[in-house]
Design a binder for this molecule. Structure first.
Ligand SMILES: Cc1cc2nc3c(=O)[nH]c(=O)nc-3n(C[C@H](O)[C@H](O)[C@H](O)COP(=O)(O)OP(=O)(O)OC[C@H]3O[C@@H](n4cnc5c(N)ncnc54)[C@H](O)[C@@H]3O)c2cc1C
Length: 309
């Protein structure tokens, strides 16, 4: 059932990370539950992997079971869609185009899976995954595995967070119900493609990366003495924020490298893997950014990416 000593580099968009002691790809709830029970018997910690697009995986790897649930339900009608956690956001968007369903256009080019997007309430261009979620089904693995159904309110979505993130690995998202609106296929497709193009032009896609390293800064946390200077850069995400890339651009860190990791000159909130970067290389740059931004602007940066160790 489990595979031993599997390199996580291959499952990380960053191409960084050591091996998983055990690795498991369940395709059904029954397989997943059996795997969780076996890991518990063997006293292995469990980590749930989605598309690996938001993870900084330790060079030592993960000393337990990495589960990658491939629950691939994707069905529905009249705008009510059931989607499995393992479905990629790209496949979900293709489904919305094919069926003329509007509400997720903002997610054009958002990498990763539906499970990862729900856990971190992924968002862009003023939209968030929570906007279309009506129900989330998860497997609580804190004790004996049990299914939990939550509505939107109980899922406690916030800025890049949800109850599933708060529970910190105690629940595995299985599937979600989405409410979308009927729309015109061509208009939906064009809106999605425009977001993909925007990303291709502005993000350093030429190197392996894990998206924005830090969350944007809540405008309320920008010290008063800097607000006038940055007011023109404020954006809605979905509440007023100062993009962290703006602060980083003013620190002179663009292009600064540690080993194979580098602050992207194109978008400094991306630390790219230019060649053979290690997790330690990236962590050094994360610390450097935090210190520099705190010293210069009095702002505490908070990671958006997740550490796996
Ligand atoms: C080029 C690029 C651009 C990006 N742009 C954006 C953006 O605009 N907005 C944004 O919000 N993010 C962005 N990201 C970050 C990332 O794509 C999202 O956070 C994405 O939703 C993560 O999904 P994933 O499946 O890859 O999750 P992973 O990276 O595999 O995991 C992320 C977290 O989710 C947990 N997780 C995954 N699946 C499940 C599950 N089934 N149940 C419970 N927990 C689970 C993992 O344990 C982990 O803690 C970007 C990343 C890249 C590389």
């Amino acid at each position: 059932m489990f595979q031993s000593n599997i390199s996580l580099k291959e499952y990380s968009n960053y191409k960084i990370g050591g091996p998983a002691r055990q690795f498991f790809v369940p395709k059904t709830l029954e397989e997943l539950t059996a795997g969780v029970e076996k890991a518990k018997q063997e006293k292995l910690p469990i980590f749930v992997l989605g598309g690996g697009t938001n993870l900084l995986i330790s060079d030592k790897g993960f000393p337990g079971l990495v589960v990658k649930p491939e629950i691939m339900t994707l069905e529905g009608k009249d705008g009510v869609i059931r989607v499995g956690a393992g479905v990629s956001v790209a496949d979900l968007l293709a489904f919305t185009i094919a069926n003329g369903l509007s509400g997720l256009e903002w997610a054009g080019g958002l990498p990763g899976t539906v499970g990862g997007a729900i856990r971190g309430n992924a968002g862009a261009f003023g939209g968030e995954i929570q906007d279309v979620i009506t129900e989330v089904v998860s497997l609580d693995i804190a004790g004996a595995p049990k299914i939990i159904n939550r509505g939107h309110k109980e899922s406690k979505f916030g800025y890049r967070s949800s109850i599933f993130k708060e529970k910190n690995g105690e629940e595995i998202i299985l599937e979600a119900t989405l409410q979308l609106q009927n729309g015109e296929k061509k208009a939906i497709q064009e809106a999605i493609e425009s977001k993909i193009q925007y990303r291709q032009e502005r993000h350093p896609m030429e190197y392996p990366n894990i998206g924005s390293i830090f969350k944007n800064v809540d405008w309320k946390d920008v010290p008063k003495e800097f607000q006038e200077r940055f007011v023109g850069k404020m954006k809605k995400d979905p509440f007023p924020v100062l993009p962290t890339a703006v602060l980083l651009s003013e620190t002179g860190l663009k292009g600064v490298a540690s080993g194979g990791a580098m602050f992207s000159p194109k978008h400094p909130n991306f630390i790219v893997n230019t060649q053979g970067a290690t997790a330690e290389d990236v962590k050094k740059l994360i610390e450097l950014a935090k210190e520099t931004v705190k010293d210069k602007f009095g702002v505490i940066l908070e990671e958006e990416v997740q550490y796996v160790e």
